[in-house]
Design a protein around this ligand. Structure first.
Ligand SMILES: NC(=O)c1ccc[n+]([C@@H]2O[C@H](COP(=O)([O-])OP(=O)(O)OC[C@H]3O[C@@H](n4cnc5c(N)ncnc54)[C@H](OP(=O)(O)O)[C@@H]3O)[C@@H](O)[C@H]2O)c1
Length: 231
């Protein structure tokens, strides 16, 4: 069975994707910082009958990243690496004139540096996989100038460029940066707590990611709404 590492998989989009892959028979290595929530998620996913390894930790910890890849190797390798865990830099979001520089550093560390660290750790296994793929979860804020989203958006824009170059450097892999669009999750609520407009459930975005896996288009940046519309 193929094996996926998904960071930030205890809730939100990561959990929704993990459920869909488990339903397809994928074995999974999942992380998140809160061990209790992660454990509950892993227990729920085991109902699909696949192997689920839950490794609590912070993606900014290099030992933790190495542990994720070691666990995946125990399951057979790494077919898919999904960098989904994310930091906002400020909760709620604030304008750039107020953004704490430590918050920006944290967003860059979680969203960018850790993502590259995990790619570096997993690359030998990804290259050895029959159809290795990397998904980096991006954001509309990487491409649009929304007030207060500057620090987070800058980190996601940098992640997009990292994914683009990785795709060029690793022609044997697929590297997809995916903008999932707005979703009703804890991250969104923390970013803009006063926004009461309804947002889509992250489960509704998962078919876009599955389409990438099924059709394996060229490496590049994709928006979930377009992937869903064309389906
Ligand atoms: N929601 C939106 O509207 C939206 C829009 C565009 C893009 N995105 C992107 O979509 C992705 C998923 O976000 P979401 O909205 O699904 O968020 P979410 O529901 O808040 O889930 C975030 C997940 O990441 C984990 N996490 C956070 N920091 C971590 C760290 N340093 N190390 C390991 N795990 C960590 C969280 O668990 P712990 O807190 O226990 O660590 C949780 O499992 C993110 O990349 C986000 O930037 C979201």
């Amino acid at each position: 069975m193929p094996v996926a590492i998904i960071t930030g998989a205890s809730k939100g989009l990561g959990r929704a994707l993990a459920g869909a892959l488990a339903a397809r028979g994928w074995d999974l290595v999942l992380d998140a910082r809160n061990p209790e929530v992660l454990k509950e998620t892993a227990a729920a996913l085991e109902a699909y009958g696949t192997r689920v390894t839950a490794l609590p930790g912070d993606v900014t910890d290099s030992w933790h990243r190495a542990g994720l890849v070691t666990e995946a190797r125990h399951l057979g390798g790494v077919d898919l690496l999904v960098s989904n865990a994310s930091a906002l830099g400020a909760e709620p979001l604030v304008r750039l004139d107020e953004l704490p520089l430590d918050g920006l550093r944290r967003a860059l560390e979680v969203n960018l540096v850790a993502a590259l660290g995990l790619v570096q750790e997993a690359l030998p296994a990804l290259r050895a996989a029959p159809a290795g793929a990397v998904v980096t979860v991006s954001s509309d804020a990487a491409a649009e100038a929304y007030e207060t989203w500057g620090g987070y958006g800058a980190s996601k824009a940098a992640l997009d460029q990292l994914a683009a170059v990785l795709g060029a450097e690793e022609p044997g892999l697929r590297v997809w940066a995916v903008d999932p669009g707005d979703m009703a999750t804890d991250l969104y609520a923390a970013a803009v707590p006063d926004d009461d407009d309804p947002r889509p459930d992250p489960v509704s975005v998962v078919p876009a990611l599955l389409r990438l896996l099924d059709e394996r288009p060229a490496s590049g940046r994709y928006g979930a709404p377009a992937l869903l519309e064309a389906r």
